[in-house]
Each structure stands twice: as C-alpha cells, then as structure tokens.
Design a protein around this ligand. Structure first.
Ligand code: HMG
Ligand code: MG
Length: 306
C-alpha cells in the first residue's frame, strides 16, 4: 500500500473550533490565534462563517475579522457561506476562498441551515457561480456523511450523489464531514471507493472527522491508505456544531501532525508551533487542552519534552 508523500492539513480551529464554545472571544484574540496558526506553517485556515449571528453568535464578528485578515501572505483563509446574503458579506469583507455546506440527511440540514438539501443546492448555485466569476477558491461540505444526530444511518451512495452534484455546481473540493464522529475506518474505505467510482479525483476529496468516539485518527489512516491528501483538524481539539447534539471536538491538529510526522508524511506544519497556538486558545477559553499530544507532549528521540 502506497501512502501519499505529502498531505494538506486544513485547519478549522477558528471556525468549527470556536462556533460551539460557550465563551465568546474578542476579534483581537481570534486574530492572534489565526496569526499563530499561520506562523506554525498552516496554509489553509478556515477563519469564520458568514451565517446568521443569531444562529452562531460566537462568529458574529465575521465582517470585522475578515476585513482585518492579512492579504497575499500565501495563506488561504476560507469562510463558511450558507446563502447569497453570506456571499455578499464575505465578498465585501475581502474573502478570497469560500466553503458552502449542506448535509446528507434532511433532518440535520433543516436544523442547521433551515433548508431542505435540494433547497441548499439551489442556494449554492449562484454563490458558486459568483465565486468562480471572482476567481475564488471553493469547497463544499457534505455533513452527516457517516451518520445523522436526528435520523441515524446515512447511505454512502447519497453522500456521493451530493458530492457529484456539488462538483457540477462548481465546487473545487468536496469535504465529507463526520459531524458527530460515528464513522470507522472500514466506512472510510467504502466512502472513498464510492467517491472515486463516481468520478471524483483524489485531489477533489477531503475528510473532516470529529473525534466524538475516538475514531478520528484511525479514520485519517484509512483515508491515507486510500490515497486521500487533505484532512481537516482543529488546533486544541476544539469544535462541534450547535445544531448537532452530541458532536464533540474535531480531530486535534497537534494529534494529526504528530501522526503524520511519525509516519514520515510531509505537511509543512510545525508541531511545536501548533502546540503553542493550542495553549494560547485553551488559555483564552479558560480550559485545558483536549488533545492527546497537548496533554502528553511530543515524543522526541532525544528524550526532550516539547
Ligand atoms: P433561517 O432562519 O432558516 O432563514 O436562517 P432566514 O433566511 O429566514 O433568515 C433568518 C435571519 O437570518 C434573518 O434575519 C436573515 O436576514 C438573517 P432577521 O430577519 O431574523 O433579523 N440571515 C443572515 N444574516 C447574516 N448572514 C447571513 C444570513 N442569512 C440570513 N448569511 C441561515 C438560515 C442559513 C442564515 C441560518 O440557519 C444559519 O445561519 N445557519 C448557520 C448554521 C451554522 O453555521 N452551523 C455550523 C456550521 S456547519 C458545521 O459545523 C459542519 C461542518 O463543520 C462539517 C461537519 O462537521 O460535518 C462544516
Ligand atoms: Mg465540523
């Protein structure tokens, strides 16, 4: 089995990580966190969401935050956009990369964005067309890809059908989300196989694993074995969706970086830098680090602790 030599780590800490926190952070603290993530070598950092501030008050400062983001520094800063209104706001604030998001189950889609799945795709059509016109990079999420908190089992074929429809609408990358962390490696293999069989290429596919039941890293290994080269993670292991009861943190970036380093897979991110950013955000949130490597420290052949 040939694992990829290099992968992309797509950081979601400032967005997924903070959207479910009881504590609201200031824009300055978020900007400092994002700057530390970039300093650690992360080159794709999802920074906020242009959604209703009533739905996600934690990210109500999206307009100000995005306006204050650095430009042209080689880092991609995608933002979530649920509809045309969100697109207008994102564009006005200077976003150059966007992510639309729907789900494989009707119940979650309704709870999360107040639309049916078909309505969400109809809402994304003009958004993705506008993004293409503006030369923006685009991603589309299919959430609840491995299970729905309201309706349970999800058919993998349904997930892949949506993925192909989103590609047809112009999304450049499809990210399959295990929103409530129920998936296991055998299901990841099945999903990748179905995706490739439906015509997706490996460089169009990303996985987003929540670690609710401790299967996220195992699922990453399954994805690597399939040849997938983009994985989402959140520095500090924060994350969750307020509209997905039971959703816990994302796979922690430091746990992912540790694994990839030890497996000799390149990614360009410094573990020490990520740990420093993780400590910063944990302090800001006033709680201990959720990640394994954050608690244990990195392993150095010299015996030194990081
Ligand atoms: P709605 O209530 O169903 O629809 O919200 P609406 O069109 O009637 O809008 C309601 C209010 O929101 C109105 O304001 C609109 O103007 C306003 P009001 O009249 O009540 O004052 N509104 C907006 N405001 C700001 N920006 C906008 C916008 N659109 C409408 N873009 C809506 C529909 C989509 C807005 C709402 O349901 C929403 O914001 N949902 C966001 C939910 C969310 O962000 N969830 C978390 C992200 S998804 C996730 O975490 C999963 C992921 O990580 C992958 C995985 O884990 O699987 C990506
Ligand atoms: Mg998520």
């Amino acid at each position: 089995m040939k694992l990829p030599a290099r992968v992309r780590i797509y950081e979601v800490g400032p967005r997924d990580g903070l959207q479910n926190e009881a504590q609201l952070l200031s824009t300055n603290v978020k900007l400092e966190f994002i700057a530390r993530l970039a300093a650690a070598g992360l080159r794709e950092i999802e920074v906020t969401s242009f959604v209703s501030p009533k739905a996600i008050p934690q990210l109500a400062d999206a307009d100000e935050l995005m306006t204050r983001m650095p430009r042209d520094n080689g880092v991609r800063y995608p933002v979530l956009v649920p509809n045309w209104r969100g697109m207008e706001r994102a564009e006005a604030a200077g976003a150059r990369s966007i992510a639309v998001f729907t789900a494989a189950s009707e119940a979650f889609t309704k709870a999360n964005i107040g639309m049916t799945v078909d309505e969400s795709l109809a809402a994304f059509r003009p958004v993705l067309a506008r993004a293409a016109q503006q030369g923006m990079w685009t991603r589309a999420y299919v959430s609840t890809a491995f299970g729905c908190p309201y309706s349970g089992r999800v058919e993998p074929a349904r997930v892949i059908e949506l993925a192909t429809r989103l590609l047809d609408l112009g999304a450049e990358e499809i990210c399959l989300g295990d929103t409530i962390g129920v998936g296991v490696p055998s299901q990841v293999h099945e999903m990748t196989e179905l995706a490739l069989g439906a015509g997706l290429s490996l460089d169009q596919l990303a996985y987003h694993f929540h670690d609710t039941r401790g299967t996220a890293l195992a699922n990453v290994v399954a994805g690597l074995e399939d040849g997938v080269t983009c994985f989402d993670s959140s520095t500090g292991g924060t994350g969750g969706c307020p509209y997905a009861p039971g959703a816990a943190g994302n796979l922690a970036t430091e746990d992912l970086v540790y694994l990839l380093d030890a497996m000799g897979i390149e990614h360009g991110v410094s573990l020490e830098g990520v740990l420093a950013a993780a400590r910063y955000i944990a302090d800001a949130l006033g709680r201990p680090l959720a990640s394994k490597v954050g608690q244990a420290g990195a392993f150095k052949p010299s015996g030194e602790r990081v």
